[in-house]
Structures are given as structure tokens and as C-alpha cells.
Design a protein around this ligand. Sequence first.
Ligand code: M6R
Length: 615
Amino acid sequence: MCGIIGYIGKKQAQPILLNGLKRLQYRGYDSTGLAVLDDKGLRRAPSLRIKKRAGKLNMLETAVAKRPLKGKLGISQVRWATHGVPNQVNAHPHWDCTGKIALVHNGIIENYEELKEDLLKQGHKFRSETDTEVLVHLIEKFYRGKLEKAVQQALKEVRGAYAIAVISKDEPEKLVGARFGSPLIASVGKEEGFLASDIPALLDYTKEVVLLEDEEIVVVTPGSLVVRNLQGKTLTKEKVKIRWDVAQAEKEGFPHFMLKEIHEQPQAIRSTLMGRIAESKDEIVLPELKSLEGFLASMQKIIIISCGTAWHAALVGKYMLESNVRIPVEVDISSEFRYRDPILDKKTLVVAITQSGETADTLAGLREAKTRGAKILSICNVLGSSIPRASDAVIYTHAGPEIAVASTKAYTSQLAVLYLFTLYLGGLRKALSAPKIKELILELERIPQCLEKLLESKKIILECARRYYHSFGFLYLGRTLNFPTALEGALKIKEISYIHAEGYGAGEMKHGPIALINPRLPVVCIAPESRVYDKMLSNIQEIRARKGIVISVATVDDKRIPHHSNHVIYIPKVKELFSPLLTVVPLQLLAYYIAAKRGCDIDQPKNLAKSVTVE
Ligand code: M6R
């Protein structure tokens, strides 16, 4: 997720662009840049001036403070890197070979490698490692003095997601934008016009915007805008009134980033899967693993290390890898791994899972594994962070920045990568047949839609939050793939509502935790359709027999669970293997609504930091 903004009008563009970027920082913060068309007066031709910096916005602000970029047309971006590390060269804007056209982009161009190969053959010179740069060279290729036309032709060649803002020094009176899969809004005021990824960027200037739809191109001139589709047909667009203030708008109307991020999960998973499934649907495409392919085909053991929520993702990973790839998998908390003298060698793959890529214990564990000869693969959300840089290979989750301390969309995106990795390895090591891989891929692709459905209704969750927010404790029970879900549900409620909670494998109940059951203890039982469904049902009956309060998470249309539960939260029907991607969501929401009822500081819970960079 990145944020873009463009301006055209009578005022100086730079201050407006910088102000807009400030409002969009929640969408990305690893590098920033702007391009302004410097109109030097009537006597000299205008030129494009570009300034970019790695790091947060203040780096760019300092850079332009001394020598501002003067001009009344400009574009800018805050980046959340997906392709190409977050450095100055990879920061946006990117420009074409002639220096005439500049572009900023939010999204991922899936087919950028093939496009780049063709463009290189045609003589285009690339400066960055980004997927974005192909766009500006493609536009250059088609440019015959009409920017809109060139953008239209270029976008027809592109697969993936984009929201773009483009300017050309040959057409200083226009700002061109387009979108597919990534948000873009446009607005015009008196003798000025704007493009932006999101409403907060424009709130200081306008309260009316036009929301662009997929495959629409907009041409903004001072005081007017025209929207056409990719076929060139002019469209009538309605203006939408904005009623949010800035803080609300950054959270897109959600009261907290955590709730927003819970709702972003369908899109985060879509982005994580994007470009990694072959069109034939029977193969996973992970070019990032190419250099390790031989090793992955013959390795003998996997050890996954991680902390907190990422450790729970690792535990789900163990189930999916062992049962589908038939390779032994150990899972360790990073801080235990590094001090336990682990047994590993050159035939071991160590997988480090981390949202931030900076967790000190995971980094130390990875270094320990390296000295013992293991190969390192990381699964990470922050491009170019320390853990991926210390790894032999990395598969990035494309969840976008996660702001809330309690991890939600990073977790489900980590699971999505683990599914991709499992199916990839299953194929590589011939543990799964092609038809089986296809069957599982088709199911995996259904998950974002199922999540959308699941997020539509929160009635029962709200009811449970209302009834039990005063509870002294919570117990979470699950089995096999959903045992880690129980641990994650308990962690979520602990960290944001400060209620003591325990997660257990339901089979362990009778070995201790059953002593806790009483009529005031809510027990969340994760019981979707599965091989262990009947076992879960028996555990639920054991709790009811001791008068515990049962909140079940079950598959839609389950007829038996309601007879034994006080409350049932239903999830859509999916294959057992993928159920952890769904069952965790009601638990995130339950923790969220309980914390809200208790008046807790949800996005920044006490004593916690988003990224734990000390031991
Ligand atoms: O950045 P990482 O994924 O390495 O962070 C690991 C844990 O610190 C993190 O998951 C933590 O447990 C979260 N607060 C959980 O919500």
C-alpha cells in the first residue's frame, strides 16, 4: 500500500503535495518523492524537477526546504515497498528515458518482468528495481503528444493493480490518473484540481470528490475533470460529499486502525496471492525461491522461528507443511531457539516469520541458524528490513503497513504465504499431485470472498462483547490447525483488553484447564467442519456439563453446535486446511469489541510496541 497525490492549479504545488503526503503517511513510510513541472516563465521551456528520499517524509521535507521545487503542476508519493528495496532510486516518481514524463504508482504490476524485458530490447533504460518503472517507459513508448492516449494504450498491456498519477512536460495543463484495483479519487476546485489515493490528502482543500472505478482514466485540468474508460468512452461521474475530519479519514471512517486492518484482510490476502498463481491454476509461481530450488527439493527438515502472532502463524504452518509435503517441521519461539542449542545442519531450512522484519530475537535466531549452516527463508511484510536482508530468500506478504500494535492482517497474510509455500513445495517435491494442487489453489482463491462475507455480520460478536466484557478471564480451545487459532484469540484479547486468557489444545482440557470451568467463564470453542469436529463437540459438552459459557465458532449450517453452545458465530464453508484464515477473524473482532467496551487504548495498548527491536 502506498499513497499518491497530484496537484494542478494556480498555487505552488510543493506545499500542497507535502501536506497531502503527511496525511497519507499511514499508507506507507519507507521513502517519499515528488516531481514538479518547473515553468520558468514564457522565455524558457518547462522542465521536470524531481526530488526523492529514502526514509520518512521529514527526509524529503528537509531536502526541499533549502531549494523548493517551484511550479504549479506536480505529483508525489509515500511508498510502502513491494518490489525493490526502499532506497532513493526506487522511491517514486519514476520518469521515462527522455525526462518528459513522470509517474507515481500505488499497486503491483504483475507482469512487469516480461514488459521490462521487451522494453529493454527496445532500448529503454531503467534506473530502479521497481515494477512501477515499466509503466512510465510503456507510456513513453506510446506517447505521440497525447498523454491520456498513451496512458490508455500502456494500461492495456498491464496485469496487476494500479492507481497512477502522470504528468508530461509537453502538456503542462494536465494531470492524468487511472486506477485498477488500487483506490484513486479526483477533485476539482476553482481553477485547480487534485488526484489522491485517499480522502485525507485532500481534506484541507475540498469536501467533494469523484471516486474512480477500475479501468477508468481521469484527465484533470484547473477547474475541470473528464473521466473515460480504457476504451475511450466518456463517463458521467457523480461527486461524493465528504463528512469526515482528518483523523477519521486516515482510518477510512473506522474508529481504530485495528478495526480498519481487520477489514483490510480480504484485500491483503488478494495482494499477497496476486501474481503467485499460474494462470492454469495448477502451479504456484515464486520466482523469489529460484536460487534455492535445488536445496528445497532435497532438504530434510524445516524449523520455523518467530514471535507472538507470527509464532502462531508458524504453528499453523507446521500442520499444513507436514500433512501436505510430508517433511518434518519444528516450530520455535525465536527467543527459545537461539538459546537451546538446536540441532540443524546444511540440510535444514530455517524459516523466519516476521511482520516488521526487525524483531531482535528472530534476527538473532536467524543468525544463529546461519552459523550452523542452515539456509534461511524469511516471510516478511516490510521490504528491505533487517531480517529479509539477512536471509537467503524472502517471500513478502503484501498486507500493506500495519499500524495497530495488535497484528491482524499481517497474521492472515503470513498464513496466505505459508499456504503458497506449502503448495509450491508440494509440487516441487512431488508430494502433491497437479490435480490436488489445483483443487487447493481454487479453494485458496475463494478465501478473500469468504472473508468479505464473514465481515458483513457482527451481530453475535457484538452481543458476546456486550455480555462478557466484564469477565475476569477467557479460555480459547481448538484442535489441530485451529489450536494455534485458539492461542491467537487468547493473545489478541490479552494484549488489547488486558483480560487474562489462555489458549489450549482442546484435548488438553481434561489434563488441567477443565478445573477452571465455572458459570462465569466464557470459553471460545473453535469448531469448524473438520476431522476433529466430533472431538471438539465432546469438549464443548464437557464444558456445558460444568456450566461454562460456550461461544462456538462453527461452519455455517452446522445443526448440532447450537444445541450445546450459548452463542454460535458462523464462518463460511471452506476446506478444513484453510479454516484458520477464517476462524481467527471473529476472535480478532471479539477482542476488539471487548477492548472498546472497556475503554482501552486499542491501537497502542499499554506496555507494548509494534516492533520489538531489543531482546
Ligand atoms: O514484527 P514481528 O512479526 O516479528 O513481531 C512479532 C510479535 O512481536 C508480534 O506478532 C506481536 O506478538 C503482536 N503484538 C501481536 O499482535
